[in-house]
Design a protein around this ligand. Structure first.
Ligand code: TXE
Length: 493
């Protein structure tokens, strides 16, 4: 099979790694290589960051007024809309995500660019009501400089949009480092960036592994801001690297999000929400609702309905629009999921459904939707992120116990609460330690709704009205309005 040979995008040019190194990307639906990408080394990363720094200083970008920046972002959104199907197919080849999911996600991408396009010229400073009569002061939000955006494989386009759009709206320049498992759509996006009319060097892409390409980028002295989405190990390395350049960092890491079903919930609705929360994207979602906490009075009814629906999920080729669950994105992830399920069973979890590789023709990395019943929140399957289609389910007696179990985790990204009791909605929403609370729904996203975690789920927020301010630095300007000359500071009056 002939591989699609991609090049990287640096300073408006399509280039190979200077030493010619390349790596292959495998198609999760059949385990075969389908594309090859340049493996950027330190010299390539330096070239990309230098280009971004020069573009940041270039009047063509630096002096472009905010409304014009907004127009460029709007144009980019329009162009993405014209390529929805092509980009979706590419992303499905690359990470095995269902075509119906990539189409939906990429179809919604323009909204993020439109939203931040609108924010570009609304980044207003303030005049300060000073306690000094002869002074006038005001603030401005200025861009930071070069932003390094590190993207994982599970939703490359979406997780790029939530970084790229606010970073550009605020006037920064960007070097993107997509995952080594899913680089294609991000490179394809660069054709649209070019077409939209962004000056050369404003957006660059280096492809490669985390350990060398990502590391070289995050410790580069000219990088002023790092936006990282990925796992805990990569995050720790990014924080260490940021100590080299004192760059500001935001981290969107995983979770072990509880989906809490109370006895007064609409059970059918809760089952659908739980299925969407853990089996969509084959569970490879940072907000996956992987811990199901169910009130014991409705536990059996809920579990029966969940098991029935899980058993009917159609697992198959991600390019087939009738498939409801696709493969794991990488073989490593498949092996990890398998191992974690085996450990859970060895620790006493009861296998209710699934639990093994799915029988799909070919050598794809498919795993069955899996349900494990547990009675100890401390067991590994209730505490560690699986990042696969594995739901663990546990009973609770009352609201106090549900809350204690929900918060008994090192993570705090999202939580689902299913109940018809309005007062309980407010009590639980306040008390659950998570950055996103979904009530009688799950996995709703919007450019207007911030995403980010408590505790080990990271820090900083993406999307939302304040998202763009995280890509700026505040400047305070003091002006002496007195008609008197400045007094000699060493002469006592
Ligand atoms: O992520 P990595 P992996 C979780 C999930 C998964 C685990 C590991 O639990 O099983 O993380 O996944 C880049 N310096 N999530 O290993 O390695 C890397 O090249 C700079 C949650 O695939 O963190 C890629 O571009 N960059 C998650 C990106 O980081 C580094 C999404 C993510 O890869 C780096 C993915 C380094 N030292 C996994 N090391 C979510 N929150 O959605 C890696 N990278």
């Amino acid at each position: 099979m002939t591989l699609s040979e991609y090049k990287m995008f640096i300073n408006g040019l399509w280039v190979d790694a200077q030493n010619g190194a390349r790596f292959d990307s495998l198609n999760p639906a059949n385990g075969e290589p389908w594309a090859s990408f340049p493996h950027a080394q330190e010299a390539d990363v330096n070239a990309a960051v230098d280009a971004a720094q020069k573009a940041f200083e270039n009047p063509a970008w630096r002096n472009l007024h905010a409304t014009a920046r907004g127009k460029l972002l709007r144009k980019l959104g329009d162009l993405i809309a014209t390529k929805q199907t092509q980009l979706a197919q590419l992303e499905t080849n690359d990470n095995g995500k269902l075509i119906r999911e990539t189409k939906g996600q990429i179809g919604y991408m323009p909204e993020f660019f439109y939203y931040y396009a609108g924010q570009a010229d609304k980044l207003e400073g303030q005049t300060l009501p000073l306690d000094k009569t002869d002074m006038f002061a005001y603030t401005t939000h200025e861009p930071l400089g070069v932003v390094a955006a590190i993207i994982p494989w599970n939703s490359p386009m979406y997780l790029t949009a939530v970084k790229l759009a606010p970073a550009l709206a605020a006037g920064n320049t960007v070097v993107l480092k997509p995952s080594e498992h899913a680089s294609a759509t991000i490179l394809e996006l660069m054709h649209l960036v070019q077409k939209a009319g962004f000056p050369d060097g404003v957006v660059n892409v280096v492809t490669g592994l985390g350990v060398d390409t990502g590391s070289a980028l995050t410790k580069h002295p000219l990088v002023r801001r790092i936006a990282f989405t990925g796992g805990g190990e990569g995050a720790k390395s990014v924080i260490k690297n940021s100590a080299e350049n004192l760059a500001q960092v935001s981290l969107e890491l995983g979770g072990k999000s509880p989906n809490i079903i109370f006895e007064d919930a609409d059970i059918g609705s809760a089952v659908n929400g739980v299925i969407a929360g853990i089996f969509a994207a084959s569970g490879q979602s940072c907000v996956a609702g992987s811990r199901l906490l169910v009130q014991d009075t409705v536990y059996d009814e809920f579990l029966t309905a969940l098991k029935t629906r899980a058993a009917s999920i159609i697992i198959g080729d991600p390019l087939d629009p009738t498939s409801e669950m696709g493969p794991m994105a990488t073989q490593t992830q498949l092996t990890l999921v398998e191992r974690m399920v085996a450990t859970a069973i060895a620790q006493g979890a009861e296998l209710i459904h699934g639990g093994k590789r799915a029988a799909v023709a070919g050598d794809g990395w498919y795993f069955e939707p899996t349900i494990l019943a547990v009675n100890d929140n401390q067991c590994s399957i209730m505490q560690e992120e699986v990042f696969g289609p594995v739901a663990s389910i546990m009973r609770f007696k009352d609201e106090a116990e549900a809350l204690a179990l929900a918060n008994d985790t090192e993570f705090g990204l999202a939580a689902g609460i299913w109940t018809r009791d309005n007062a309980r909605v407010h009590r639980m929403s306040k008390a659950v330690q998570a950055g996103i609370i979904w009530v009688n729904t799950y996995r709703a996203v919007s450019p207007m709704g911030a995403i980010g975690g408590y505790k080990a789920s990271g820090y900083g927020r993406e999307s939302g009205i304040d998202g763009v301010k995280d890509y700026t630095q505040l400047k305070t300007v003091w002006i002496n309005t007195s008609s008197e000359p400045m007094a000699d500071p060493f002469v006592m009056r």
